[in-house]
Ligand binder design. Structure first.
Ligand SMILES: Cc1ncc(COP(=O)(O)O)c(C=O)c1O
Length: 366
């Protein structure tokens, strides 16, 4: 068959091992997954109550335009309904943007390490991928500007960045946007937006009205705890959205996921609670790193990337045996580091005491 040449050698996305599989493999009763930056508190109790009484007719196609959800998100953000695009998770939005703008002969600029799906989708479209190394885990925006040329179609700013958790400050972003050529689309991927608390990050929505080449992506998968429902949205000027909309699959959100996202959006108290608890988790990890002299990247997300001074794959494996699934830095382009999603306070304490045991066994701690 006549496969695209670039498909050869590509691997499907490698998610963390499923909990059930780890339980079976290691004979464990309880396994905690701290590998995919999901919300350890699940979703809003209002969503739970809604689901318990829901009687959606799943035989009927969903509203492809997601009208009710569109109205709710537009109101929540204070933007026009026509300025929004909905995706089956922001993964879908990344694929839509890539499909619309990338092809052989053009290039796309991104940080390294950053979220893997930017390059994955670009490779499928046959575009050149220009990866610009991060500096201390932060986007090197000056070097990214220098990587842009007349063939650049998309530049990705993962803010906060996955896997380093660092942010681009408002000053840095403003200075960057001023210099990006107006025909290059700038994607601001804000999957972890709800967790940011750094004062140097300021709301970015106004950049969309100032710059016709800016698109912001957010998701219901992280703080809203709806990863399995697959709902993400993008905000950009009306004509950008109109160009992207035909590229979208016709029914890319289910009826139920649209309904659930509306309910979740209404419970901002839950989001605030999760944000507060996330800070407690972050402090537990930061204290651990400080106590043991382990380097870490300052996180503005619900995960942290930190040094283990040992083979990350070994630490990953040893922690899995003890009932915790995490991400090895080897899989993320950061060997010697691990990325861990913050769990509940209790899960974090257990994780950190087991990690101490593993790192002592590995000869890292005396
Ligand atoms: C930076 C970033 N963008 C996008 C996504 C995709 O999220 P979803 O497709 O669940 O909305 C993730 C998920 O891990 C992410 O970390």
């Amino acid at each position: 068959m006549k496969w695209k040449q670039q498909i050869y050698g590509m691997k499907a996305y490698q998610p963390g091992k499923p909990i059930e599989e780890v339980k079976k493999e290691f004979g464990l009763d309880e396994v905690v997954k701290l590998a995919s930056n999901e919300n350890p508190y699940g979703f809003s109790p209002k969503v739970k109550a809604f689901l318990e009484k829901d009687s959606t007719n799943h035989a009927i196609y969903p509203d492809g335009y997601a009208q009710s959800l569109r109205t709710a998100v537009a109101k929540h953000l204070g933007v026009k309904e026509t300025e929004l695009l909905f995706g089956n998770g922001s993964d879908d939005l990344i694929a839509i943007v890539t499909r619309a703008l990338l092809y052989p002969g053009v290039n796309t600029v991104m940080a390294d390490p950053s979220f893997s799906q930017y390059s994955h989708n670009a490779v499928i479209e046959g575009a050149e991928v220009r990866k610009v190394p991060t500096k201390d885990g932060k986007h090197d925006l000056q070097a990214m500007l220098e990587a842009i040329d007349e063939n650049t179609s998309i530049v990705w700013v993962c803010n906060p960045n996955n896997p380093t958790g660092t942010i681009v400050s408002d000053d840095e972003l403003q200075n960057f946007l001023k210099q990006v050529p107006s025909e290059v689309l700038v994607v601001l991927d804000e999957a972890y937006f709800e967790y940011i608390n750094a004062p140097e990050f300021k709301d970015t929505l106004h950049y969309v009205s100032e710059y016709p080449n800016v698109i912001i992506m957010r998701t219901f998968s992280k703080a809203y705890g709806l990863a399995s429902f697959r709902v993400g949205y993008a905000y950009a000027q009306e004509d950008v959205i109109a160009k992207l909309d035909p590229v979208r699959g016709p029914f890319n959100n289910t009826v139920l996921s649209q309904k659930v996202a509306i309910v979740a959006l209404e419970d901002q108290e839950f989001i605030q609670e999760c944000r507060d608890k996330n800070e407690i988790g972050k402090n537990q990890f930061v204290e651990f790193c400080n106590k043991h002299g382990l380097n870490y990247y300052p996180s503005q997300t619900n995960f942290i990337l930190f040094e283990v001074k040992a083979d990350s794959d070994v630490v990953f494996q040893e922690m899995m045996k003890r009932g915790f699934i995490i991400r090895s830095g080897n899989a993320l382009g950061t060997p010697g580091y691990i990325r861990v999603t913050f769990g509940t306070e209790e899960q974090n304490s257990k994780f950190l005491s087991l990690l101490e045991e593993v790192l002592t066994e590995q000869g890292v701690f005396a």
